[in-house]
Design a protein around this ligand. Structure first.
Ligand code: ARG
Length: 276
């Protein structure tokens, strides 16, 4: 049976800049951003992913520099979506545009309680094998969101506590891959969360990412079938991924790293099939 081609939501970086600091990577970068370079890098990623998936676009908005990170638009499962409610005030004005996009595109949308912080697929990742969602908390998503996510999607949520502010969204340090493989940076999680991960992912499926690769946002990867798109991976990490059956595509995304984001943050997978 032919599998459906994936759909991915992206937002062009027309208004991308670093002019506030809401994560440690953004500090000191307000003057160093090169917008032309950012646009060229984004287009290379879009064109690369476009070989394997259909790219949908949400219109960028002036004064909303981080809207380019569509992973934070919301979380998607089947034809349902949960809208993000950003912790930093700077990103809250994005919410209305992302919600409008979900509604206009036929998703059944849940708005969480105004008091609950939740940053979408940045903190909520579908395991590629088991019927559960790896969901982060600690910095930009609150644990109170987790029960709501499980209820609305009718899917198990595995709560993972993030402990290192450099890895403030789960997608910066954790990447479920096809066939139940997992790329992750263990020091970014507390002890109980590491146990939860190890109890669900057998050793031969765990791809441990060291500090150097994690600092290059290697875990912030887009996986489509056997393809992995990321900013940069060391020789050993590339070899490990290759041995697991993946083809690694490196796309220079230096300008987006200055805002604390990379390949995965720049995308939202819109086709998350329901568990059997
Ligand atoms: N500057 C953005 C922020 O701090 C980067 C978001 C990265 N997105 C992600 N899914 N990790 O919100």
């Amino acid at each position: 049976m032919a599998t459906q081609r994936d759909k991915i939501l992206m937002c062009p970086p027309d208004y991308f800049t670093v002019d506030y600091v809401i994560n440690p990577w953004m500090a000191g970068h307000d003057d160093s951003l090169n917008l032309d370079r950012a646009k060229a890098q984004w287009e290379t990623l879009r064109d690369g992913l476009g070989q394997y998936a259909d790219i949908e676009i949400v219109e960028p908005q002036p004064e909303l520099p981080d809207m380019v990170f569509t992973a934070n638009a919301g979380a998607v499962y089947g034809d349902k979506a949960i809208a993000s409610h950003f912790m930093p005030m700077e990103r809250r004005p994005e919410e209305q545009y992302f919600k409008a996009w979900f509604r206009d595109n036929g998703f059944e949308l849940l708005d969480l309680d105004e008091k609950i912080g939740f940053e979408g697929a940045g903190d909520c990742l579908r395991d590629r094998r088991g019927p559960w969602l790896w969901t982060g908390y600690g910095f930009r998503t609150e644990i109170e969101a987790h029960a709501e996510i499980a209820r609305f999607f009718d899917l198990e949520v595995v709560s993972i506590r993030l402990t290192d502010e450099r890895f403030y969204h789960i997608d910066t340090c954790f990447c479920p891959l096809t066939d139940g493989f997992l790329m992750y940076h263990p020091p970014a999680f507390d002890y109980e969360s590491r146990i939860a991960i190890e109890s669900r992912v057998p050793p031969h499926k765990r791809i441990i990412v060291d500090t150097l690769d994690a600092g290059n946002f290697a875990c912030n990867a887009v996986n489509i079938g056997d393809q992995v798109f990321l900013h940069r991976a060391s020789g050993p990490l590339k070899a490990r991924l290759m041995l697991a059956g993946f083809e690694v595509n490196e796309v220079e995304l230096s300008e987006f790293l200055k805002a604390g984001g990379s390949a995965k943050c720049l995308t939202l997978k819109l086709t998350e099939p329901l568990a059997d």
